[in-house]
Ligand binder design. Structure first.
Ligand SMILES: [Zn+2]
Length: 233
């Protein structure tokens, strides 16, 4: 009886292990990965810096200067109406080799809107970028990160992918730069996508230490589209 029970338990553990591997690294994950990304290859020491809610009038030049100095590129999720207002800064981000991605036009809670409205928000942001002759965005990050089936429907129709994150620095809360640095360097894992924001002074202050710390740990800093391409090979 005991032997039978142990045999059953062993089989159960084996099934659960196979299911876990399928979900995390196998067939099921690659199926899920068609629609978006929140982190990359768990065996590759890559990380992505993402900056939401820009471009802002202040703070972007400093962010760009730090990244230029350290030779790294990031992904900027831009709000269309700000990209329109600060078109020169938008162009400068793009021309500095960073990825521009879609963060809607007016920054509403997309999950509360109908599919057509969601599409219009994403389209208007893309139109602004198109008028600046920038390449079409690959990723959409819904403001606040909340998403539902309506957002997926809209994105599928627009050929956009969901670009989420796996580490939220909560830099918008006004936490000190040292806390942001510690959070990233202690929490870093291969394939991590880090959420930060444009125009936050403490983020600008924290950035040099974050970049140096991640490099010292052997991480390569890439854009979200690079992470996506590596993950899918
Ligand atoms: Zn946002």
């Amino acid at each position: 009886m005991l032997r039978k029970f142990l045999k059953f338990k062993f089989k159960l553990i084996l099934i659960m292990l196979v299911l876990f591997l399928c979900l995390e690294h196998g067939v099921l994950n690659s199926e899920r990965a068609k629609y978006g990304i929140a982190s990359g290859d768990p065996f590759l020491k890559q990380a992505v810096l993402t900056f939401d809610d820009g471009p802002r009038e202040h703070g972007i030049q400093e962010l760009l200067a730090v990244m230029r100095e350290h030779g790294v590129h990031a992904t900027f999720f831009l709000v269309g109406k700000f990209a329109e207002r600060y078109s020169d800064i938008t162009r400068e981000i793009y021309n500095s080799g960073h990825e521009i991605a879609n963060h809607s036009y007016t920054h509403p809670k997309l999950y509360k809107l109908w599919v057509e409205k969601i599409m219009r928000e994403a389209e208007r942001c893309d139109e602004v970028l198109e008028n600046l002759n920038l390449r079409k965005t690959m990723f959409l990050r819904p403001p606040g990160g909340g998403f539902n089936i309506k957002i997926f429907n809209a994105m599928r129709r627009m050929n956009l992918k969901l670009g989420l994150w796996s580490l939220n620095t909560a830099d918008y809360t006004g936490r000190p730069a040292s806390e942001i640095v510690n959070l990233v360097l202690r929490g870093v894992k291969p394939g991590m996508v880090i959420l930060m924001h444009s125009g936050v002074p403490n983020t600008v202050k924290a950035l040099p230490e974050i970049i140096k710390g991640l490099k010292a740990k052997g991480y390569e800093l890439v854009r979200l589209d690079d992470l996506w391409n590596c993950w899918r090979i």
